[in-house]
Design a protein around this ligand. Structure first.
Ligand code: GP9
Ligand code: MN
Length: 694
């Protein structure tokens, strides 16, 4: 006993005790305070182990100090760590996210937290101080035993080195479970889950410093080149369409992972998507369907698609602009529509609000309302894979749409589906078409979830008609990105009946785009070559707002001057006559062009130039130097606040959120209850999902 006492009361013993207490406390905080979506044994192990490396490195620093100064330093570091964790706890209770430099710099956040601190603090929070009290008492008892000399330097260095080793192993295992974790940064929650809150803070700081260096080097002159380029590319509106959507409700439907080859595709002699096909082939031509419309997304997948459609800017070559450029200045479609025509914009999505940093970036895009998972009934039978199934999603969105319709001014609703997402799983009973039989499960199931999505759309259209929301609304449908990656070329060649060459694969990047504008005859099938960046200028012109004033890389799809070449994020591009894919030019029949013409080479250079200008805009945050027109009001992120839970806990901070309360009261939902089933189902597929993202 005596011996044990002596060991603990020695400097190394005291350090070890502090380390273990910090470790356990942090783990308890992870489990009880944050919803990190832990879904498999490895993730749980990493969550448990990840405080160790930061503990070893940060607390270990105290071992360099002599005598009782060692103890004081240790206690100070431990107290700072506790404050850091506690600040995150309070912030998370309010915003459902971790503190980042960007959010701290958003002055209103700090202010709001300050004001609501007492409503956010809970009685049991004092427990988080207990270990410090214990250590403080032991310090006063034990410090007399400590020699005034410094420990042999070997010891602190060994502790720091073991911290680094533990971190390296930790990171390696995390990357195994979620490849490209740090490159793609899906969700701050993920980084905390895998690497811990202190490591997240370090990572975020490094990222911010890197980004702010690029940003601070940019100046107002840099926007001139961009402006000259986009001005030159601009396409005049087509008088037949200009202003035809003005004042009308707009319902924009996001088809998850839906590629155009599904349209009219028959499996076992059966149409896979009969409803969408019926819109394409409608005799009365309600819709115009662009069959040469391409997605232009990169690693940011869904986030890039959203970004492209509402900003006419591409994502970045790496990562998701939604995450890494989430606090830039934007002149986004929702903000313009609000300022010019008093539209209320709303995003509907049955997933956690923090995924792809949506609950932050939407504030910078001027999205008025964000109906995330916390607004929906997410009981187990309604959830699969990433979140709410599409049928209950559309059903439950109806009352919210009706409520929005009652507000003054039209609405711009963005409905984001989710079920047709890799790995394309359905509950039994939701399958209404046999799977394909290539032996590649992903490809085989792809048709079944596509059918489910198609059925959910049919139901949604019926409900819209029944509620009187169909007739006078603009309906726009788009696919976000591919669902079947190149990893499945073998099975896809069986499906398509031909080899999937790089060119064929590029051709498969077509996703649907269709639009119906009340009072305007649809064109049936339009073969113009178009892409996601073209949607925003098209929308502006339909609304009667000239796109000329804005920095946009796309051009109006209905314009007679539409620029019909479609850049991909990797520098490849498509035109009607030829395409450029993975370093080679191809003619329309698919033959390699050995000697491309000057015009082709120039087009290729133009595409690369356009993408580089785009990256300058994002990295330099150049839109902060640009005023699209006199009296433009830059978007103030502090005007927006999302999440049902935070509304309920803290009252409604956002005057733009009023009005939906009625609907919300009708729905008996609770954000915390919601998380359980969704996370469980996400678990098994999360790993696969990232592998899929190649
Ligand atoms: C997540 C959903 C899917 O909320 O939008 O994103 P993805 O994996 O397709 O980028
Ligand atoms: Mn997607």
């Amino acid at each position: 006993m005596e011996k044990i006492n002596k060991l603990w009361s020695a400097k190394m013993g005291f350090f070890l005790l502090a380390l273990i207490l910090f470790w356990m406390k942090t783990y308890v905080i992870y489990i009880s305070e944050f919803s990190l979506g832990v879904s498999n044994a490895l993730q749980h192990f990493l969550l448990f182990i990840n405080p160790l490396s930061s503990g070893l490195i940060l607390l270990g620093f105290a071992l360099f100090f002599k005598g009782k100064r060692f103890g004081i330093t240790l206690l100070v570091i431990d107290t700072l760590l506790t404050l850091f964790m506690y600040a995150n706890i309070i912030f998370y209770r309010d915003f459902g996210n971790f503190i980042t430099i960007q959010t701290l710099m958003q002055t209103d956040n700090a202010g709001t937290i300050g004001k609501s601190f007492f409503s956010l603090a809970k009685w049991h929070d004092f427990l988080y101080l207990l270990d410090l009290v214990v250590l403080g008492v032991l310090f006063t008892k034990w410090k007399a035993n400590w020699s005034p000399a410094r420990l042999s330097l070997r010891k602190p260095f060994a502790v720091l080195a073991s911290g680094v080793i533990v971190f390296t192993v930790n990171l390696g295992l995390a990357e195994m479970d979620r490849p490209q974790l740090l490159q793609r940064v899906f969700d701050n929650n993920y980084i905390v889950k895998y690497l811990g809150a202190p490591n997240f803070a370090v990572f975020n700081t490094m990222q911010t410093v890197k980004a702010s260096a690029k940003r601070s080097m940019a100046s107002s002159e840099d926007i001139t080149d961009v402006e000259n380029y986009t001005n030159k590319k601009y396409a005049e509106p087509n008088a037949e369409f200009f202003g035809k959507a003005k004042g009308k409700n707009i319902i924009k439907i996001h088809l998850e992972s839906f590629q155009s080859f599904l349209i009219d595709f028959k499996l076992h002699g059966e149409e896979v998507t009969p409803f969408l096909n019926s819109l394409v082939h409608d005799e009365s031509k309600n819709f115009t369907y662009f069959d040469n419309f391409f997605h232009q997304t990169g690693q940011g997948k869904t986030a890039d698609a959203e970004f492209l459609l509402d900003n006419s800017l591409y994502g970045l070559p790496q990562g998701a602009a939604f995450v890494t450029k989430g606090t830039n200045t934007y002149q986004s479609l929702p903000a313009i529509m609000d300022q010019k025509q008093d539209y209320t914009s709303a995003v509907f999505h049955g997933d956690e609000k923090s995924f792809w940093n949506r609950n932050q970036v939407y504030k910078y895009l001027g999205v008025d309302k964000f109906y995330d998972a916390s607004y929906y009934d997410m009981s187990e039978d309604k959830v699969i894979n990433y979140g709410l199934k599409d049928k209950p999603f559309f059903k439950q969105s109806m009352p919210i749409l009706q409520e929005l319709d009652k507000k003054e001014g039209p609405f711009y609703a963005h409905m984001m589906t989710l079920t047709h997402h890799y790995p394309f799983i359905l509950d039994e009973g939701d399958e209404t078409i046999e799977s394909a039989e290539t032996g590649d499960g992903t490809v085989d199931r792809y048709f079944q979830t596509a059918r489910y999505l198609d059925e959910s759309l049919k139901q949604f259209f019926e409900d819209l008609k029944e509620q009187g929301l169909y007739e006078d609304s603009v309906i726009m449908i788009y696919g976000d990105h591919y669902g079947i990656s190149e990893n499945h070329n073998r099975a896809m060649s069986e499906i398509m009946g031909e080899e999937i060459t790089p060119l064929k694969n590029a051709n498969l990047q077509r996703v649907p785009f269709m639009i119906r504008v009340p009072g305007v005859d649809g064109q049936g099938i339009n073969h113009e070559f178009t892409g996601q960046a073209d949607v925003m200028p098209t929308m502006l012109h339909l609304l009667g707002i000239d796109a000329k004033n804005f920095i946009q890389f796309g051009t109006d799809m209905f314009s007679k001057e539409h620029k019909a070449f479609v850049p991909f994020r990797n520098g490849d591009f498509m035109t009607k006559e030829y395409s450029y894919v993975k370093g080679k030019f191809y003619d329309a029949s698919g033959e390699v062009i050995e000697e491309p013409t000057e015009e082709m080479k120039e087009r290729k250079d133009q595409v690369h130039y356009e993408l580089s200008l785009n990256d300058e805009v994002l990295n330099g945050d150049l839109l902060r130097f640009y005023e699209p027109y006199e009296n433009w009001e830059p978007v103030d992120p502090n005007d927006y606040r999302y999440g049902k839970a935070s509304e309920e806990e803290n009252g409604n901070h956002n005057d733009k959120q009023e009005g939906a309360d009625e609907t919300e009261k009708n729905e008996d939902k609770n954000a915390d209850v919601v998380k359980e089933p969704m996370e469980k189902k996400t678990e098994d597929t999360a790993v696969e999902k990232q592998k899929e993202n190649e």
